[in-house]
Design a protein around this ligand. Structure first.
Ligand code: AHN
Ligand code: ZN
Length: 333
């Protein structure tokens, strides 16, 4: 894979330096351009360094907590990146109410490729970060925010790199990359009032009620959640199996065929109330959650989940690569 890119770069340099000047303008090359037929210009090659850079960049903005300046700035940057990579972008303002009655000015960001196409694929992740590290071992830090390197930034980082690749290869597929907001504002463990699972995925629930386009439909959806940690294990999550069994199996076999069976394990995971649950339940778009589920931690998630230690040093490019390459291979085949 790597050698393909290197060779093609060398080859194009040779063409520029040695080839005859007319070769770039040969008539056969021009015809498809004039007819406006979309041509792949580069083989899709998921670049984990680029995905990692996108994770780091999100953390540089600070905490992505609704109603903060850092959050607003990140939203603007996410929309501009999707635009830069050729997507048609809609930022949807979603006013939602948190577990404690706080009004959150959430923003869902939708980047569409070939928006006129009927047949669509939805790829999504939450982009907000959690305001409370309620699973912090040190109690006095439990009201501090979660940096969200893995929980939030990793999924978005992989999707931004996918957007870059879709643009490079001038995709003719109908694809929507959606960054949902206010997923991680769910009721904290230390809250004394009632607990309710519907306090999670608030941006997604809003979108499911009032979509960016009326009567929007997608053939299937893929959610990425915590896709960047070293030694991640993506068990087959419960709601994914319940609502989209065949998609689960197809993605897992794609991963195995690429040599990523160590990440995409043949194991059933529990039922996680995540963005995909509401997309399945409210919109009936068969959706899976690629989520890091562990057997060796108390929470069942990655060890730094909802702690102040969910930081950039926990991110492993090999994991980002396994997920990114699996998803791009599957959606473009
Ligand atoms: C619940 O704990 C109910 N859902 C977890 C979904 C989640 C939070 N994913 C990332 N952060
Ligand atoms: Zn979370």
């Amino acid at each position: 894979m790597k050698s393909y890119i290197n060779l093609s770069l060398v080859f194009s340099v040779l063409l520029v330096s040695c080839g005859p000047a007319q070769s770039k303008n040969s008539s056969s090359e021009n015809t498809s351009q004039q007819n406006n037929i979309k041509q792949p210009v580069l083989k899709p090659e998921f670049n984990a360094d680029s995905a990692y850079y996108y994770v780091a960049k999100q953390l540089e903005f600070g905490n992505r907590i609704p109603n903060t300046a850092e959050h607003k700035q990140t939203a603007e940057w996410l929309a501009s990146e999707l635009k830069r990579h050729g997507a048609t972008v809609i930022s949807q303002d979603a006013r939602v109410t948190a577990f404690d009655g706080t009004t959150l000015n959430a923003i869902n960001i939708i980047g569409s490729y070939n928006p006129e196409k009927e047949d669509r694929i939805m790829l999504y992740a939450h982009w907000d970060s959690r305001p409370f590290a309620d699973h912090e071992p040190d109690v006095k830090n439990q009201k501090k925010p979660v940096p969200g390197a893995n929980d939030g930034a990793s999924g978005v980082g992989v999707l931004l790199e996918l957007a870059r690749q879709l643009n490079l290869q001038n995709t003719d597929k109908g694809i929507d990359i959606i960054f949902f907001d206010a997923e991680d504002y769910g009721t904290p463990e230390f809250y004394v009032g009632p607990k309710n699972d519907d306090t999670w995925a608030l941006g997604t629930q809003y979108w499911a009620k009032r979509m960016h386009k009326p009567a929007y439909r997608a053939r299937y959806g893929i959610l990425l959640d915590m896709v960047g940690a070293k030694d991640a294990t993506f068990k087959k999550e419960g709601f994914s199996r319940y609502y989209a069994q065949s998609l689960v199996n197809d993605i897992w076999s794609t991963a195995a065929s690429l040599g990523y069976g160590n990440y995409f394990v043949e194991e059933e995971g529990g039922y996680i109330t995540d963005d995909h649950y509401y997309i399945n339940k409210m919109r009936r778009i068969p959706s899976i959650d690629i989520i890091d589920l562990r057997s060796d931690t108390e929470t069942g998630f990655y060890p730094y989940w909802h702690t102040t230690h969910d930081t950039l040093d926990k991110i492993d490019k090999n994991t980002l690569n396994a997920v990114g390459e699996t998803v791009i291979t599957y959606i473009l085949k």
